[in-house]
Design a protein around this ligand. Structure first.
Ligand code: SF4
Length: 349
């Protein structure tokens, strides 16, 4: 096992758009480390896991584990890291403290990802984010002083954010000079507060414009769009997520964590299914369509011989997508290609 995701499913409140598995933190958040270890053992994984090439602590709000919880996690004999491994922790701006990020750096965390979502104060309040713009800016400065590889998440298409306000959010993000940014297009999840209230999804055209503007602004600032929703300076792409998009295996532990191990796909709710060889190969091969490195049909057919009979059809379809300006010469999505990725992948099935 080389790539592990640990889900910390607790938050101090509920963001209005959130459809993730999350609830109030336990009385002693550090005990959650034991829950994760028990889950690993119950699923037949010998501890320590590793040596890991990447470890990703996502949420929820992993920071609620606190300094003591992270020390316990690192000292528990739960995992070992390979030399040069990447260890990412997601942070909520209101939970960032000097002590916490210093402790994370000390324990070997190499990357921080802060959920900023917007630099528009009114948008943050509408989203029930439980932090202000100022807190976000302070959190970024505190975090990057301890761990230079600190990035942020933004959400495009938030209600009430004008085109001018979105431009302003992007400018502020760029001015920070961060090595990594994620820009997610808002979707209204049925189980979120907005979904239950029947809020309409963002206008598709305006959403595409907002994402395209992000790609242009961030690209001009040296942050290349290496995946549909992710931008980085050279050498700062998230290796954990790249493994997933390249169709690699990963183990997820925690209440809402998904896993992909061999042909077994496990959803966040714990349900498992074993895919047929061809279905598994197709899913793993076609996620490369999201990446700037592009989809190489010959390489996919070599890696998954079961897909080889599809090569002539793939070559024909890919040539058509390139001619339409949806893919580059390397079969990487153009800005328009990113907008219709699902349709491209469906056509290649
Ligand atoms: S969006 Fe993140 S911080 Fe907000 S409630 Fe959901 S998991 Fe928690």
């Amino acid at each position: 096992m080389r790539h592990v995701y640990l889900h910390m499913p607790f938050c101090t409140g509920r963001c209005a758009y959130c459809g993730f598995v999350s609830g109030p933190p336990p009385e002693r958040p550090g005990d959650y480390v034991d829950v994760l270890a028990r889950e690993a053992a119950a699923r037949g994984f010998a501890l320590p896991l590793g040596p890991l090439e990447s470890l990703y602590c996502g949420g929820g709000t992993p920071a609620l584990l606190g300094v003591a919880g992270f020390r316990r996690l690192a000292a528990s004999g739960f995992f070992t890291l390979a030399p040069g491994a990447e260890w990412t922790v997601e942070l909520h701006p209101a939970a960032v403290t000097r002590d916490l990020v210093a402790a994370l750096a000390d324990l070997g965390v190499t990357r921080l990802s802060i959920g900023v979502q917007s630099f528009d104060e009114a948008a943050l309040a509408r989203c029930r984010r439980r932090h202000t713009v100022r807190q976000a800016l302070e959190a970024i400065e505190t975090a990057r002083a301890a761990i230079a590889d600190t990035g942020i998440d933004l959400i495009a298409g938030l209600p009430g954010v004008s085109a001018a306000a979105w431009t302003q959010t992007l400018r502020r993000a760029v001015a920070l000079g961060l090595p990594h940014l994620s820009v997610y297009a808002l979707s209204i999840e049925p189980e979120s507060a907005w979904g239950r209230a029947g809020r309409a999804p963002p206008d598709p055209e305006r959403l595409c414009d907002a994402v395209a503007e992000a790609a242009e602004t961030l690209g001009a600032a040296g942050l290349a769009r290496y995946e549909t929703s992710n931008y980085a300076r050279p050498g700062f792409a998230c290796r954990h997520n790249l493994n997933t998009w390249r169709g690699g295996d990963y183990l997820g532990l925690g209440r809402g964590a998904a896993s992909r191990l061999g042909r077994t796909r496990r959803a966040g709710d714990g349900t498992e299914e074993t895919l047929a060889e061809e279905e598994d190969a197709l899913e793993r091969a076609l996620t490369a369509l999201r990446l700037a490195e592009g989809f190489d049909p010959e390489a996919a057919a070599r890696r998954f011989p079961v897909l080889a009979p599809r090569l002539p059809r793939w070559r024909r379809l890919l040539a058509g997508f390139r001619a339409e300006g949806l893919l580059t010469a390397a079969n990487a999505p153009t800005t328009r290609g990113h907008e219709v990725l699902d349709a491209l992948a469906r056509a290649l099935l």
